[in-house]
Design a protein around this ligand. Sequence first.
Ligand SMILES: Cc1cc2nc3c(=O)[nH]c(=O)nc-3n(C[C@H](O)[C@H](O)[C@H](O)COP(=O)(O)OP(=O)(O)OC[C@H]3O[C@@H](n4cnc5c(N)ncnc54)[C@H](O)[C@@H]3O)c2cc1C
Ligand SMILES: *[C@@H]1O[C@H](CO)[C@@H](O)[C@H](O)[C@H]1NC(C)=O
Ligand SMILES: *[C@@H]1O[C@H](CO)[C@@H](O)[C@H](O)[C@H]1NC(C)=O
Ligand SMILES: *[C@@H]1O[C@H](CO)[C@@H](O)[C@H](O)[C@H]1NC(C)=O
Ligand SMILES: *[C@@H]1O[C@H](CO)[C@@H](O)[C@H](O)[C@H]1NC(C)=O
Length: 527
Amino acid sequence: MGSFMCITLATLLLGAHSVLGVPTPETISACAEIENALPGKVLTRGLLAVKYAYETQQYWSTTLRYVDPACIVQPVDAVDVSVVIKTLNKYPTVNFATRSGGHDPNVGHATIQDGVLITMTDLTGATYDAKENVAYVKPGGEWNDVIGDLEKSGVAISGGRLGEDTLALLSYIILTNSSAGLVGVGGLLLGGGISFLSAQEGLAADNIIGWETVMANGSIINVDAAARPDLAQAMRGSGGQFGVVTQFKVKVHPIGDVWGGFCIYDQSQEKKLYAALHNFVGHGAEDPKAAIIFSDLVFAAGIKAKLIFYFYDGPERPASGPFADFFNGINLTCLPQKQKYSSLLRANGEPVRLLNARAFFRTYTVPYIASRPQMYAEIRDKLANITTYFLNSPGFVRATQFSVDFQPLPSVIGKISQSKGGNAMGLTASDPDRIILMFQGAWNFAEDDALAYGLARQLTDWLDVVVPQWISEAGLPQDLYLPFFMNDGMGDQAITQSYRDYEKFKALQESVDPNGLFSTRAGGFKY
Ligand SMILES: Cc1cc2nc3c(=O)[nH]c(=O)nc-3n(C[C@H](O)[C@H](O)[C@H](O)COP(=O)(O)OP(=O)(O)OC[C@H]3O[C@@H](n4cnc5c(N)ncnc54)[C@H](O)[C@@H]3O)c2cc1C
Ligand SMILES: *[C@@H]1O[C@H](CO)[C@@H](O)[C@H](O)[C@H]1NC(C)=O
Ligand SMILES: *[C@@H]1O[C@H](CO)[C@@H](O)[C@H](O)[C@H]1NC(C)=O
Ligand SMILES: *[C@@H]1O[C@H](CO)[C@@H](O)[C@H](O)[C@H]1NC(C)=O
Ligand SMILES: *[C@@H]1O[C@H](CO)[C@@H](O)[C@H](O)[C@H]1NC(C)=O
C-alpha cells in the first residue's frame, strides 16, 4: 500500500505533463460513448484521477509510464470489449491499444497517447476443468497467479518463467521499487511464449486450443483449433493482430514439486559455464525436463556477471548429463531448491518488481553451431565493446546495465509445435537446434533513448554480417530457418516478416480485419 501511494503521488506530479496531450474531439466522443455504455468501467484524466494515474503506471519499462491515454477502459468480459470495439468502428480516426501485463517495453504497443486504452486489469485468473482436462486462462494478471490457481489441481500450463534473469540481477543494482509486476499473461501467450516446459510441451501458444476473441467487427468468436486450424495457427505467435483475446483455453501439464532457482557467477567461472551452455544448447533436450536461461550481464567499469535460471520438472535434479554440468563450479549466490512451481516463479519474479529504468528488448535467432563454442563469448564481447562508452559516461549514471540472454530453443520444440497443429512462427520437426538471443538494456534518461536503441540495432546489424559467415565456416546450409521471436522483439524488427508463412497469415489477417482496425489503428507487431 505504501508503494502504491508513492506511485500515485508521483503520477499526480507527472500528470502535469499529460495536460500537454490533447485528444481529438472524435476521441473524446468515443470515450464518452464507451463510458455511457459501460458506466464505472472507464477512467479519464483529471487532477485527482488516482485510479487513472495508477493504471498508467502498470508498465514494466518506465518509458511507458509517461504515456497518457484519453481514457482507459477496464472491461470485465468479452461483451464489454465488444462494446468498445463496436464503438471504435464508428470513430475511424481514433487509435487504441490493448494491455494485459504491460511487459512489452516498446512504445505504442500496449500504450496509446491520447487514444483509447483497453486494460485487462479486471480479467484475471485461471480455472481447471477436470472433465475436459483443460485450463481456462484470462489475459490479465501475472503468471504466478495462473500457476498458483492451477497448482491446487496438480496441473500447470506452459507459460512465463517470470524473473527474466537479467532483470533479476538488475534489481539488485537498482534498488528502487516499481509498480509493474511479474510477467504478463496475454501478451506472452499471443507472442508465442518460451516456457520452462517448452522442451516437453512446445511454445506456450502451442498448447492453446481455444481463444475467446473479440474480432475487428466486434463479434465475439471462440476460435477453435479443431474447427479453424488456419486461424488457430495464426493466433499462436501473431500478437494482437487478429483480435482482442479475453480468454484462452489451454491444454495442461501435470506438475508436482520442481527443482529450480537462479545462480549468480563472477568471471572466474566463465569458461566452465560457456562450455556447459554450448553442450546444453546441443544436447540439453535429451532430458526435456531440464531448462535454463543463461544471461550475460555487463555493467560499468568492465564488470561482468552471469545469472542463470535453472529449472527441472521434478523434485530433484539429475546427477549427470548436460544439465548437471552446470553445477560443479563456484557460484556467488545459488538459490535452486525443491519447491512448488508457483513458489519458484514467485521467487524468480520477485526481484523483477524492482526494475526502475527505461528498457529495450531486441532479439535475434542463431543456430547451434557445434564447431563454434566461442560464439557466446563473441556475442557478449561485442555487447560489452559497444556499450562501454554509454556505461562509463563520466558524471552521472546514464546506463546501468546491458545483457544478452541465451535461450536454447532445441529442435524438439518444433517437433512438438508441429504435432500440436503448428504456430505462426513456423516451427516444425525439421528445425535445427537454435538459440533465441534477447538483448536488453537499462538506462535512465529520455535524452538517451536514441543512443540506446541505436546500440541495440548495431548489435543485430553486426549479427546480420557475422552469423552467415559462422554458418558457412561451419559448413551448415545457408538457408537454415531462423525466424525471430516476437516476445523479445524491438518494435522496428521485421518479426512476422521472418515467419515462413508470412504471406498466408497476412492475407488471413486482412480477411478478418478488412478495414484495418487492428493493423492500422492499434500498436504491436504487424503483418
Ligand atoms: C520480466 C519479464 C519476463 C519475461 N519472461 C518471458 C518468458 O519467460 N517467456 C517469454 O516468452 N517471454 C517473456 N517475456 C517477454 C514477454 O512475453 C512479452 O513482453 C509479452 O509481450 C508480455 O506480455 P504482457 O501481457 O505483459 O504484454 P503487454 O505489454 O500487455 O502487451 C504486449 C502486446 O500484446 C498485445 N496484447 C496484450 N494483451 C492482449 C490481448 N488480451 N488481446 C490482444 N492483444 C493483446 C498488446 O497490445 C501488445 O501489442 C518477459 C518479459 C519481461 C519484462
Ligand atoms: C519495496 O517494497 C517492498 C514491499 O512493498 C518493501 O518491503 C521494501 O522495503 C521496498 N524497498 C525499497 C527499497 O523501497
Ligand atoms: C553453489 O556454491 C556452494 C558453495 O560453493 C555449493 O555448496 C553449492 O552446491 C553451489 N550450488 C550450485 C547449484 O551449484
Ligand atoms: C572487443 O574489444 C576487444 C578489445 O579492444 C577486442 O580484442 C575484441 O576483438 C572486440 N570484440 C568484438 C567482438 O568486437
Ligand atoms: C465478424 O468477423 C468474423 C471474422 O471474420 C466473421 O466470422 C463474422 O461472421 C463477422 N460477423 C459479422 C456480424 O459480420
